[in-house]
Design a protein around this ligand. Structure first.
Ligand SMILES: Cc1cc2nc3c(=O)[nH]c(=O)nc-3n(C[C@H](O)[C@H](O)[C@H](O)COP(=O)(O)OP(=O)(O)OC[C@H]3O[C@@H](n4cnc5c(N)ncnc54)[C@H](O)[C@@H]3O)c2cc1C
Length: 414
């Protein structure tokens, strides 16, 4: 009998695992189970082009129906998994069905952290297609919005909602929200970006209450200010979807705990992929969990290889990468920027909307980079993160890029 792999979670982590199994020559059965009824879709557009109506739902699909057939994926949508029986190698669904497996991939991701404040009508979370659809409907008749939380999702929603023509205010307890990731100097530029686009920021203050209902909501800040909005979006982080595994015996601690091969600890036939997986990163020598799209894709590829070739598993040691689109900034971040000791910002005098920041660790070794509207610089920065360089080296490369493009510009002006 041919083997079977069951993948629970049919978003980017689950679907890319199924596809990578096939491209690695896996001939067994591949079953993908997802709680949502929708054809698997991509989440990044939900705060950007889907929310601003430039992309419809059928343009954000992760896989087409012909591809499902061609890849021989048994896609079971609208089916919530309720538990795993490890000793009998079975997934138990909420409807009572059982699905046997030889290998099991857990890719149930995270959900938006619920709003701790009382009001609910007109107060939105954003994680799923249905969330985004509901938010779009409320925004259509609204004139103002308050965004609580200025992380990636909050900042992207603020930018999109502003583009739709609403008055927007953003609240965050941190003085410089992205400063934790990119440092205060770079973070201040992100604060300035909101202001330049006419968005009010209320940073360094928390939220005490939200009252009212759609069209007439009040967000009470800890500093006494009361903001009014027709719509409120709460973007205060996410929670791993692991509760359904509580009685399985799998190690759960802020996600599914996995070894360096992304195998659930003590369970060689169970793997974690994407936002749910907290795996032992062999270079960092610690458990990490990453909530970014590229990580889900790269981890899916690694897990598929390890299922196909379990006797020679590949360890998973990615260089982190994330992108974000806010207003007219295309933001790309790679490597370890949060723990850096030093940062050098490289501006392009000819283009004020583009810059790069490169980061060094305590030994002066290059460890991360962020770029704005400069994808070519990010290609160089990511390539150099694969080796070991003194911080001065990427700085030199980027300065050289600025100077060559300014020479090119003056030559073409001559
Ligand atoms: C609005 C938004 C914008 C984003 N923008 C970016 C961006 O610009 N750049 C970037 O790098 N990342 C971005 N991300 C993050 C990126 O989308 C996630 O990292 C990625 O979706 C993780 O994929 P995943 O498959 O691990 O989990 P998820 O996408 O969370 O999918 C998990 C799936 O599991 C299903 N599921 C959960 N529990 C069960 C169960 N018990 N039984 C069956 N199915 C279940 C869910 O229905 C869901 O389909 C964004 C995320 C959001 C929400």
């Amino acid at each position: 009998m041919s083997p079977s792999t069951v993948i629970v979670g049919g978003s980017v982590g689950g679907i890319r695992t199924a596809q990578a199994l096939r491209s690695n020559g896996y001939v067994g059965e591949v079953v993908v189970i997802d709680a949502e009824p929708h054809v698997p879709y991509d989440k990044p557009p939900l705060s950007k082009s889907f929310l601003d109506n430039s992309l419809e739902a059928d343009r954000i699909r992760l896989i087409s129906e012909p591809e499902v057939v061609e890849s021989r994926i048994d896609l079971r949508l609208g089916n919530k998994a309720a538990g795993v029986d490890l000793s009998n190698r079975m997934v138990v669904l909420e409807n009572g069905d059982v699905v046997p497996y030889d290998d099991l991939v857990l890719a149930t991701g995270v959900r938006a952290r619920p709003s701790p404040w009382e009001a609910s009508d007109g107060v939105h979370l954003l994680r799923t297609l249905d969330d985004a659809q509901r938010l779009k409907e409320d925004l259509a008749g609204a004139r103002s919005a308050v965004i609580v939380g200025a992380g990636f999702i909050g900042a992207e929603v603020a930018a999109t909602v502003k583009k739709l023509g609403l008055e927007v205010a953003v609240v965050d307890p941190l003085e410089i929200p992205i400063g934790q990731v990119l440092g205060a100097d770079v973070g201040s530029r992100f604060v300035g970006l909101h202001h330049a686009n006419g968005v009010a920021t209320h940073y360094g203050t928390g939220v005490d209450f939200i009252t009212g209902s759609r069209g007439d909501l009040v967000v009470g800040l800890s500093n006494g200010v009361e903001l009014t909005g027709d719509v409120v979006v709460v973007g205060i982080g996410a929670v791993p979807n692991v509760e359904w595994l509580a009685s399985s015996g799998l190690a759960l601690d802020n996600g599914l705990v996995c070894d360096e091969y992304c195998r659930a600890v003590g369970q060689p036939n169970v793997y974690g992929v994407g936002d749910i997986a907290r795996w032992f990163h062999p270079r960092k020598k610690q458990l990490v969990r990453v909530e970014h799209w590229t990580n889900a894709v790269e981890q899916a590829v690694c897990v598929a290889k390890n299922i196909v070739r379990p006797s020679e598993p590949t360890s998973y040691a990615p260089i982190p990468y994330v992108w974000s689109d806010q207003y007219d900034w295309k933001i790309q971040i790679a490597g370890e920027t949060a723990m850096a000791e030093d940062v050098v910002i490289i501006d392009d005098p000819a283009n004020k909307e583009r810059f790069a920041a490169v980061y060094g660790d305590s030994k002066g070794t290059y460890c991360g980079a962020a770029t704005v509207n400069w994808p070519r610089a990010m290609v160089q920065c990511r390539r150099m993160l694969e080796g070991e360089f003194d911080l001065s080296e990427p700085v030199g490369v980027l300065r050289q890029m600025v100077s060559s493009s300014s020479k090119l510009r003056s030559a073409s002006a001559d």
